[in-house]
Design a binder for this molecule. Sequence first.
Ligand code: HPA
Ligand code: ZN
Length: 340
Amino acid sequence: MQRDLIAEIPKAELHLHIEGTLEPELMLALGERNRVRLPYSTVEEAREAYEFTDLQSFLNIYYDGAQVLLTEEDFYDLTWAYLERARRDNIVHAEIFFDPQTHTERGVPLQAVVSGIRAALDAAGSELGITTSLILCFLRHLSAAQAMAALEEALPWREAIVGVGLDSSEIGNPPSKFTAVFDRARAEGFLPVAHAGEEGPPSYIWEALDLLGARRIDHGVRCLEDERLVERLRVEQVPLTVCPLSNVKLRVFDRIEDHTLARLLDRGLCVTVNSDDPAYFGGYLNANYRAVRDALAVDADGLIRLARNGFVGSFLDAGAKRRHLAALDRVAAAHGASLT
Ligand code: HPA
Ligand code: ZN
């Protein structure tokens, strides 16, 4: 029997929005539990609505779905469901985004959001053997002042949150809008990352690096339009958290065969594979790896390289990275893949 390399390699996931793991089944159950009306009454109806034409058409539906999340228990259930699913994909480390403003704007206390998510993350460490960290994302369609307020509100949970990110509607909301917020976040010890170059131009990636101090670029696929930028990303080995199935669902690329992930890898960039919002985009992490293998002809060495980059690009300490890379090397060796 052919062994399944993708299933067997231990993996890290670095680009995952916890609100984007809300499966229709749980959405409907929470809608009922909390008496929140949804635009769908069945799982099938919800899935049929998940036909997107661009980022904004997705975000509208994603923010609608998040309305069922009200209590600490809801955030626990959401997060635990993802972590159990992640375990099945052999994810051993996950750095997870959450969007506090999506919830606090509706009157949900930040305490319920963070405590519920954190409790599930802590349980995953002991019960599933998955290490995790939490990254607070600012909604870039809202103002810089609102982002600053969200940051200040989160300071009491400083120890529970490793970093800050930037998500939501990219075009028209460049990283430069959030320079002061990220200055403050870095001064408070948060590690900065930012979505850039998903729909937005390469100049947004430059801004994320130069103005926000981003340690990783989320998506970043449009970097290929700027040769100097590719060189910068290569020399500095800035991790790109690429999300292949997301990019096809949101029409960044028309077909998976058109995705530039293999080209980014060939250019020597630190490319990682991630699932972004798997409940909406039709696949968790292993499905993204399989899409890359099948449609882009990335071979076993390439798949191992992508998994290695996931650990290298993580915010784990050097010792933990070394242990994960050694475990990965053992699986690679068992499959005859060559790579160090
Ligand atoms: N891009 C921007 N905002 C988002 C995304 C994304 O991929 N997923 C959830 N919010
Ligand atoms: Zn994202």
